[in-house]
Design a protein around this ligand. Structure first.
Ligand SMILES: [Zn+2]
Length: 171
């Protein structure tokens, strides 16, 4: 699971436009489950099916792979008091931390619909706490992988543990 260089669809289609940096998903190419992310995708899809999203109807699943290789998944959890809800990425990260792990080596999110859905700004920062700039973040649709980014591409020039004199997240 490597994503050095520019993010691109695994078959080379849907590559990021180098002039504008915008993901350009080629709709002639069907989304598919890439072997490299199949386990993350399955975990995220299972969590998505349990999302609590009665208000937005926008169900999201996320999965993170930890340094040990374990996959932790989560779903978005909305609340009648809207600001109290949280994102799928937060659920997955909380599961990882609760299990005693502190390092993310890969992230995958899945959402329904035709639009490419990437992590919100808040989640990019949450991931940053436990991941490095080269950590791949796979944005998926219902049928599979759409675009892979690195964390640095989604959150450039970021503020993180090192900014406060902490070398890196520790287990
Ligand atoms: Zn979010």
């Amino acid at each position: 699971m490597t994503t050095t260089g520019h993010p691109q669809h695994p078959d080379g289609h849907g590559a990021v436009d180098p002039q504008h940096g915008e993901p350009r998903v080629d709709d002639r190419v069907a989304d598919r489950v890439d072997d490299r992310v199949a386990d993350l995708f399955a975990a995220a899809r299972a969590a998505q099916s349990n999302a609590h999203a009665p208000y937005s109807g926008f169900r999201v699943g996320a999965a993170v792979r930890s340094e040990s290789g374990t996959i932790y998944a989560g779903a978005n959890v909305e609340n009648a008091a809207y600001p109290q809800g949280w994102c799928a990425e937060a659920s997955a990260i909380a599961a990882m931390v609760s299990a005693g792990e502190r390092r993310i080596t890969a992230v995958l999110t899945v959402a329904d619909g035709e639009m490419l859905a990437t992590c919100c700004g808040g989640c990019r920062q949450k991931i940053r706490e436990f991941a490095g700039p080269d950590t791949p973040i796979h944005a998926c649709g219902p049928a599979g992988l759409r675009v892979t980014f690195t964390l640095a591409e989604l959150l450039p020039q970021s503020f993180g543990p090192e900014s406060l004199g902490v070398d890196a997240p520790v287990s």
